[in-house]
Design a protein around this ligand. Structure first.
Ligand code: C2E
Ligand code: MG
Ligand code: MG
Ligand code: MG
Length: 286
């Protein structure tokens, strides 16, 4: 009896594994198709300062599968990284985001001081061709480098610090800004931070979420802000969902924000309608 049920359990386990690998293969196939036919979109989420001024937007990829509807980038980006498609997808993202900034600049809907934040996967960043590609994209779209901010993650630094640093310096030399995304969840040491040409840390939303109730999260956020200030790096809080979070962040001298409290990621036209008013009132910001 025991043997029998053991066997059944195994059979069930096996079919579940089969289902998982079928789903995975199906996603890989769909991703190849979506990449080939450019079936992605970019949504834009506002980034603001403590004077409630827009300082920029983060471009966030969206993929609507014919059968499954929207699939979260948290789900498909890791798969795209594993199968190498992220390089092509990342190229599409950069092209699309820069083309959008170029259009908005021409239409008087984008202020020169605003930054378009673009997520760059470590795998994409490590490509030998990344820097020439970035340069070519800036030239193609004729977008000032100072309007661009690349979001990279701490874990990128684990790989090859020297070549990473060299590439970051070359990117900074172009005038492009660099942010560390999801700060606090990875492995960067304070020593790295001191030597890296970083403009901004984005404190991960996991620390911001419990800021009001969890003393250690509050202490971490506070410490990050103090440290960044000493290193002359800006800090932006991600995942700011409520007014009390915003108030608390301001109290502890965090002056840049992104989150549902200010606005959700939106398609381009909706982003402009919601957050950008006529060009005469586009406000400069820090
Ligand atoms: P991320 O770069 O840290 O982006 C922030 C994520 O938090 C976004 O999720 C955004 O919609 C979400 N978010 C913003 N405000 C709030 C808030 O107040 N509360 C909560 N709970 N969430 C908030 P999204 O768009 O689903 O993207 C997930 C992740 O996928 C991104 O995290 C990024 O790592 C990756 N990703 C998105 N677009 C791209 C892309 O174009 N290229 C690459 N390489 N990765 C991307
Ligand atoms: Mg990001
Ligand atoms: Mg983040
Ligand atoms: Mg994140």
């Amino acid at each position: 009896r025991a043997k029998e049920s053991g066997r059944n359990t195994f059979a069930l386990y096996k079919s579940e594994m089969q289902a998982v690998s079928d789903a995975r293969l199906e996603m890989e196939k769909a991703l190849h198709h979506a990449t080939e036919f450019k079936l992605f979109e970019l949504y834009y989420q506002p980034q603001t300062n403590d004077k409630d001024e827009l300082i920029g937007a983060e471009a966030l990829i969206r993929w609507k599968d014919e059968k499954k509807g929207f699939i979260s980038p948290a789900e498909f980006i890791p798969v795209a990284e594993e199968i190498g498609l992220i390089v092509e997808i990342g190229h599409w993202v950069l092209n699309e985001a820069l083309s959008q900034v170029a259009t908005w600049l021409k239409e008087g809907k984008w202020h020169l001081s605003w930054r378009m934040s673009i997520n760059v996967s470590p795998i994409q960043f490590q490509q030998a061709g990344f820097l020439p590609m970035l340069k070519a994209q800036l030239e193609k779209h004729d977008v000032p480098a100072s309007c661009v901010d690349l979001e990279i993650t701490e874990n990128m630094l684990l790989n090859d610090l020297a070549s990473c640093l060299e590439k970051m310096n070359a990117i900074k030399a172009l005038g492009v800004h660099l942010s560390i995304d999801d700060f606090g969840t990875g492995y960067s040491s304070l020593k790295y931070l001191k030597s890296l040409p970083i403009d901004r840390l984005k404190i991960d939303q996991s620390f911001v979420r419990d800021l009001l109730t969890d003393k250690s999260d509050e202490a971490i956020v506070h410490a990050v802000i103090a440290m960044a200030k000493a290193l002359n790096i800006n800090v932006l809080a991600e995942g700011v969902e409520t007014l009390p979070h915003y108030d608390r962040l301001r109290e502890i001298h965090c002056f840049y924000y992104q989150g549902y409290y200010f606005g959700h990621p939106l398609p381009p036209d909706e982003f402009i309608a919601a957050f950008v008013h006529d060009s005469a009132t586009l406000k400069p910001s820090l």
